[in-house]
Design a protein around this ligand. Structure first.
Ligand code: HEC
Length: 256
């Protein structure tokens, strides 16, 4: 360390005004985080019809729930009387398995030819079910996130959450007793996780397994945020009253 190093303020030494400002911010953001968690549990958490956030919830939210395809809705609704129960069941099972082309060629195609194409190939405006592509389209879920919605949510998410991380990181940067590289890691990781998180929503639309990336990155930035939040609060309000511990921690800072 040279003499030119600027004097560094630390969290325990901040003025009461700054401590109040920083803490108010952290508390309100903490409240926001709790509300956000509640919202995630209520919207995404129930996507698979069961309470609690699960892998399926994430997949259904972004990719759509195979049980809510247009075709299944119609077969239980206005197209109810267009096929026998056995045929309807066969179609629904096939749809729930992702409507694979192979089974279409084997036997599903015949079911459609028998029951559906008398209208769905001749009436203008109705999807033509003689072609697999058209069936596949209505076999996909309607409830998944659309690309328009994803684009909107993605950029709002990135812009707003970056600011939360930025201020949170600035406050935490004044912490003492933590190695510089560890601090640097803890303030930058959330941004990395955030980017990966948003990117994974798009990937989950393409393949369900990417929901794991959404889960891991979500937990990742949440953890970073909780750790820095707790340390900041502790160092502002508890540490100044623990002289012994304070001296110990100041030591570590100067060593690094
Ligand atoms: C008698 C004619 C007729 C037959 C047979 C018929 N449909 Fe339909 N279908 C319609 C009409 C008319 C509509 C539009 C009105 C509606 O959505 O209820 C429609 C709409 C649909 C839709 C919604 C299409 C969209 O893009 O909105 C689906 C899915 C569907 N039918 C599936 C089937 C399936 C599967 C079968 C065979 C088991 C079938 N239909 C047999 C006349 C028929």
């Amino acid at each position: 360390m040279t003499q030119n190093t600027p004097v560094k303020t630390t969290l325990p030494e901040l003025s009461i005004t700054l401590k109040c400002l920083f803490s108010s911010y952290l508390l309100v953001m903490g409240m926001g985080a709790l509300l956000a968690t509640a919202q995630i549990l209520m919207t995404h958490g129930l996507a698979d019809g069961k309470a609690g956030l699960s892998f399926d919830d994430i997949v259904y939210s972004y990719q759509g729930d195979p049980k809510h395809s247009k075709i299944e809705t119609k077969l239980n609704g206005s197209m109810r009387d267009k096929a026998s129960s056995a045929d309807k069941l066969a179609i629904i099972k096939w749809v729930r398995h992702g409507a694979p082309k192979q089974q279409w060629d084997e036997n599903i195609k015949d079911i459609f030819y028998k029951n559906c194409i008398s209208c769905h190939s001749v009436i203008p405006g109705l999807p033509n079910f003689t072609r697999y592509d058209n069936v596949k389209k209505v076999a996909q879920s309607e409830s998944g996130a659309s690309f328009t919605m994803l684009t909107r949510v993605s950029h709002i998410h990135i812009f707003s959450i970056s600011f939360i991380f930025l201020f949170n990181g600035i406050i935490f940067s004044y912490a003492i007793g933590i190695k510089e590289w560890q601090k640097a890691l803890l303030v930058s990781l959330p941004f990395l996780f955030l980017s990966v998180d948003v990117f994974s929503w798009w990937l989950t639309k393409i393949h369900a397994d990417f929901a794991w990336v959404t889960i891991i990155s979500g937990v990742g930035y949440y953890l970073c945020w909780v750790i820095t939040w707790l340390i900041s609060m502790y160092q502002m309000w508890v540490l100044p009253y623990k002289k012994h511990k304070l001296n110990q921690l100041s030591q570590i800072s100067t060593e690094s």
